[in-house]
Ligand binder design. Structure first.
Ligand code: F6R
Length: 360
């Protein structure tokens, strides 16, 4: 059942402290900076030169998040929409690892990209929530996110777990393939270990309901972020449109001035995600929207410089920029949920959508 919540979506948003703890359980050792991914032991990824991530929808946003983490770990990586893969895939060979990111493991688009990659000689892996899913059977290797069942059509807890698994995988692959693996491994793993508790704090103190109440009758909703904040902005907008039925768009912060700014009015609130990656630039981009009358909601830590101009604040803990976006995402999930609830939407089963899309 819904465990006392009005909707599965809210239950699943609130399960993230547990789902994140399960994702990393037994897989990280902050003491020595080591990551253990079951049978994907040391040497598994030897010879991998490039990585392609294939996924759809929310899982694609997790894949984009992961692709940034992989690139920063020195691994050449692209994220490709699985439904574009058949006509737009970059070339593969036996030095290519294709990772299908799919909660259900049954998304037709993602499975056909995976099958195509395998046929063309790539090595394959899936990051999935469902043991025994088709993706887990088709891919050579599988890594399970262990998020537990997700009933709400809108993916929430599985997004954060997929992103975390890809962050771990980036370090694991780097350890096998880079002579000079990325630094600060211990610090990141320590932050990761503390993530469930801090997510609990975000959930307990979130101002998202008040923010949703203030802005839920706007004309359109914009979400901006840069670096790892960019996929979070895309995901924030996707969640918002899915369950509120209102128009929302996500942009890279720096893109606002290349076109979308023409849409900005006092009726288009801008949610700006600050992840500690060139925040001063994102702040400038948000200010430009504010100058055109748009209210700016800053998703950032307490005491952040963005709060000098922001009209609203959704607080995230002070943390590593690799993880900041995932706390921001929890706040944005809550904003979407509360806005949808104020608008009286069905939430768990939005019109026209299915939990698992098994046709191409
Ligand atoms: C959005 C959502 C969808 C799925 C997409 C892929 O909330 O749930 O966009 O993310 O259909 O599904 P999986 O991850 O099962 O491949």
């Amino acid at each position: 059942g819904k465990g006392g919540y009005d909707h599965f979506m809210l239950k699943e948003i609130n399960e993230q402290p547990t789902s994140l703890a399960q994702a990393v359980e037994g897989r990280i050792d902050p003491e020595n900076g080591r990551i253990t991914l079951e049978d994907l032991g040391p040497g598994t990824f030897a010879g991998i030169e490039t990585v392609q991530l294939v996924a759809c929808g929310t899982s694609y946003h997790a894949a984009l998040y992961g692709s940034i983490a992989l690139n920063r770990a020195g691994i050449r990586t692209t994220a490709v929409l699985a439904n574009e893969y058949s006509i737009s895939a970059p070339p593969v060979d036996d030095g290519t690892l294709v990772i299908a990111v799919t909660q259900s493991g049954e998304t037709a688009d993602t499975l056909s990209a995976l099958r195509q990659a395998k046929l063309e000689g790539a090595r394959t892996l899936t990051v999935t929530n469902v043991v025994g899913s088709t993706a887990a059977r088709v891919a050579t290797d599988a890594l399970f996110i262990r998020a537990g069942p997700e009933i709400g059509v809108a993916a929430t807890k599985t997004f954060s777990s997929q992103a975390i698994m890809l962050v771990l995988l980036a370090r694991r692959i780097a350890a096998d393939t880079q002579s000079d693996p990325p630094e600060n491994g211990e610090a990141l793993l320590a932050e990761l270990a503390g993530m469930p508790d801090r997510t609990e704090d975000v959930l307990a103190t979130s101002d998202a309901e008040r923010i949703a109440r203030r802005y839920h009758d706007s004309r359109s909703y914009f979400f901006i972020g840069r670096g790892l904040g960019f996929p979070v902005a895309l995901e924030g907008a996707l969640k918002f449109k899915e369950i509120t039925y209102e128009h929302a768009e996500g942009f890279a912060s720096g893109e606002l001035k290349h076109g979308p700014l023409a849409l900005v009015t006092p009726e288009t609130p801008v949610f700006a995600v600050f992840t500690g990656e060139e925040d001063e630039k994102t702040l400038k981009n948000a200010s430009e929207a504010q100058t055109r009358g748009a209210p700016v909601v800053a998703v950032c830590p307490a005491g952040h410089e963005a709060l000098e101009i922001a009209d609203g604040h959704l607080e995230i803990p002070e943390t590593n920029s690799t993880l900041a976006g995932l706390f921001a995402n929890v706040q944005l999930q809550l904003v979407s949920y509360h806005a949808a609830s104020l608008l009286d939407r069905p939430i768990d089963k939005p019109r026209n959508l299915a939990k698992s899309v098994t046709v191409e």
